[in-house]
Design a protein around this ligand. Structure first.
Ligand code: G6P
Length: 753
């Protein structure tokens, strides 16, 4: 109805406007035609009067003239008649001749054409015609017509027009209402049918309500659907480009587009770890890119974050629902802790996730190890987290953000328990090609698990493509490579690229200490001279980070540019990580030995070439190092994104410092202004270090400015915002499909079940 009114009201306005413009126009035209008629009539009457006068042999007396005038003025439209023998003469006229029309006012007989006179007599038409008589060839005949009949005619015309337009408006509105109602219903039905690949036509003679499938229309339907998707994407891209991504805009999207407060994050690693330290309890923030990215999002969106409670004091700090409000001191969201037994942690976390999936996906020369015992724990823990999500969900369709390779099975488990949930799974690490993935004995289960998601996200397009290729290779599902989506059992999973990022601008406290102060304090703390050059590496102690390769590059720098010996030190902060895994332990040993060997070779009695700090650092301490260093070296052998690179850029508000970045990180695709290197090529890396150490300040500033521009714009709020916007459009589309569900053919329903 509202839709119909939207059609009818403007239509009535248009008709009214036309009527308003047309009536005066018609009035003017009627008058013009009437004046022309009266002109002609005046000439005709003048001729009729003149002919008998010309035949007169004697002069025409005024009386005779008047007698003739009276006869003519019996015509009801003739108002008065007059005759002027000369301008100075008195007019011979019938009684109604207006006083202001005299022979001298006709001089120089200008009213020959006829004109309209408006006065106390109403509207009169005055025409003056030459009137020759035998005795006076200069005479003039004055003919006055009464124009009141024209006004009457005008009024009548106006009335007709009014009724005409009113009638027209009524008929057009009625037709519009009927057509709009009929065609809207039909059109919507048609579009829905077409989108499902069905024809608009029904089988002749069959009165079923179900539209028939017309295979020839399927390509059109697909095109139409794609067009709608493209339009949506374009519209969104336009919108997105206008959004300045902040915590606030993210909140607005969440509440506006998704109308949901019910956001649940699931990750293995918790954002705040409570640890006993003597008789005190300390809060630690873990070294995890995932946590770095998600924490600001949760602060912006509230909701609940479900994670493994792994801290020694975690149980002592939760309420009876295993929840604790965080961040401590300024709570913004709830952290719900899940307790795991030691066997579960060994099997699910250390075993399947970190000895199996981690090396499988990183391809960094460490063999993946798969054990069926670990797999059993992995399945059980995924189920445990899925149950917790179901318990924490306030609605039947929560938005669940599943994080990383620890939870490949959880999306499907969740889909079964909460079919209407919007499940966005983000895979923070690389996804290998199908050949490499094939070595996992549970490859089908993992892929099927992930396909329980509404959206599966990766950092780069290559990882998206690898995932789609893997699905195509191992699963019986409909793979749409163009739109990057997979349909399995009638449910669609989108595969999308969302490059992760960091909070921008960084928390104030992280940048509070001036750069000069950081430089001085860090050098002092590490017993280095005030003008000593420093390179920095910040990582978890993980074999994928290329720490050995980094040290080899520093060694090569000293070999090729010995002038740096004693003038340059590389500080490596390595947060202990997954230390009970054999590969990590042996890697740690190798890192320590390599650093010691290089220090021995180039250290002498001066400043050491490498300072290795294997200990946890809080974010504010890490930022001091970023701000104190000449360069930051990220040399991962394979990394989904690497947020250290982006943090270093965020830390350098002085626009100085050089980023040396491995080409095998996702970040390298976004930051071409870094010095991009192959970490396996020690000579190239050494050359990059040398270039960084001698780079003029102006060039440093130019590079840093461009990189800061990019990170500020493509910050973590955009990362989360884009996922949530995609989820919102998906939800809208699903609701539309649900509405048209009753129209589905039985065959379709059967094929989906
Ligand atoms: C990587 C993973 C995260 C993980 C982090 C730290 O960034 O993608 O999921 O949290 O490493 O590893 P940890 O095993 O200590 O959680």
């Amino acid at each position: 109805m509202r839709l119909t009114l939207r059609f009818v009201i403007p239509l009535l306005i248009v008709i009214g406007a036309i009527a308003y413009a047309v009536v005066p126009l018609v009035d003017r035209l009627t008058l013009r035609w009437a004046v022309r008629d009266l002109d002609m009539r005046a000439s005709l009457i003048a001729k009729t009067i003149q002919e008998p006068l010309l035949e007169q042999t004697e002069p025409v007396t005024p009386r005779k003239m008047l007698g003739m005038f009276k006869r003519v003025s019996e015509d009801e439209r003739m108002y008065a008649l007059g005759y002027c023998a000369a301008p100075a003469e008195k007019m011979v006229s019938t009684s109604l001749m207006p006083e202001d029309i005299r022979c001298d006012t006709l001089t120089p007989y200008g009213l020959i054409g006829g004109s309209v006179l408006r006065g106390k007599h109403g509207s009169l038409h005055v025409a003056v015609r030459p009137m020759d008589t035998a005795d006076n060839p200069e005479g003039k005949l004055v003919l006055i017509h009464d124009m009141s009949f024209i006004e009457r005619r005008s009024e009548e015309t106006r009335d007709y027009l009014f009724y005409f337009f009113a009638g027209l408006a009524f008929v057009v509105s009625l037709l519009t209402v009927v057509i709009a109602q009929l065609s809207w219903r039909g059109w919507m039905q048609g579009i829905r049918s077409l989108m499902r690949g069905e024809g608009l036509l029904r089988q002749p003679g069959v009165s079923i309500k179900v539209p028939q499938k017309v295979p020839e229309l399927r390509p059109i339907a697909r095109d139409l659907q794609r067009l709608v998707e493209d339009l949506e994407a374009e519209h969104r891209a336009r919108d997105e480009s206008q959004i300045s991504w902040t915590a606030e805009s993210l909140r607005t999207i969440l509440h506006g587009e998704l109308r949901g407060e019910d956001v649940i994050v699931v990750s293995n690693r918790e954002p705040y770890i409570h640890q006993h330290s003597g008789d005190k309890i300390e809060v630690q923030r873990p070294a995890s890119g995932l946590v770095t990215a998600l924490e600001p999002i949760m602060r912006a969106c509230s909701g609940i974050w479900i994670a493994h409670g792994g801290g020694t004091a975690d149980r002592d700090t939760v309420d009876r629902n295993d929840r604790v409000a965080v961040p401590p001191g300024n709570p913004a969201y709830q952290l719900r802790r899940i307790w795991l037994s030691e066997e579960q942690v060994n099997g699910y976390y250390y075993g399947f996730a970190n000895e199996g999936l981690w090396p499988l996906c990183h391809i960094a020369h460490v063999r993946p190890t798969f054990r069926s015992g670990d797999w059993a724990h992995y399945v059980a823990v995924n189920q445990k987290f899925a149950d917790a999500v179901v318990k924490e969900a306030k609605t039947k369709d929560p938005i669940v953000l599943v994080q990383d390779y620890h939870f490949a099975l959880l999306p499907r488990m969740l889909r079964e328990a909460l079919p209407d949930a919007t499940i966005i799974t983000f895979w923070h690490i690389p996804w290998p090609n199908p050949e490499s993935f094939a070595i996992c004995p549970w490859r089908e289960e993992i892929v099927l698990g992930l396909l329980g998601s509404s959206i599966v996200g990766f950092h780069t397009q290559i990882h998206c493509n690898n995932f789609v290729d893997t699905v195509d290779r191992f699963i019986e599902a409909r793979v749409d490579r163009e739109a990057l989506g997979v349909t399995l059992g009638g449910k669609k999973t989108l595969v999308r690229r969302y490059p992760i990022s960091i909070d921008w601008p960084p928390e104030k406290e992280l940048l509070a200490k001036p750069v000069e102060q950081c430089r001085a304090e860090i050098r002092q703390k590490n017993h280095l001279p005030a003008n000593h050059a420093i390179g920095i590496g910040i990582d978890r102690l993980d074999y994928t980070k290329g720490i050995i390769e980094r040290f080899r590059a520093v060694e090569r720098l000293f070999e090729l540019n010995p002038e740096w010996i004693g003038r340059f030190t590389f500080v490596q902060i390595a947060a202990p990580s997954r230390s009970s895994i054999f590969e990590y332990k042996s890697h740690e040993t190798l890192v320590i030995e390599t650093a010691a060997q290089i220090n021995q070779r180039f250290g002498g009695r001066g400043a050491p070439p490498i300072i290795l700090k294997i200990e946890h650092h809080e974010p504010w301490q890490v930022y001091e190092y970023y701000r104190a260093a000449e360069l930051c070296f990220v040399s991962s052998l394979h990394d989904g994104m690497n947020l250290v690179a982006k943090e270093f850029i965020a830390a350098r508000d002085d626009q100085r410092g050089i980023l040396v970045l491995s080409q095998f990180t996702g970040a390298a695709r976004e930051l071409p202004e870094a010095l991009i290197v192959n970490p396996y090529d020690a000579d190239q890396c050494a050359a990059a270090l040398q270039l960084a150490l001698v780079m003029p300040l102006t060039e440093q500033r130019d590079r840093m400015r461009l990189m800061r521009g990019l990170v500020s714009e493509f910050n973590v709020y955009r990362w989360a915002g884009r996922m949530l916007l995609d989820a919102a459009s998906m939800r809208r589309r699903l609701h539309l499909v649900e509405k048209s569900e009753p129209l589905k053919t039985q065959r379709e329903r059967k094929s989906q079940s």
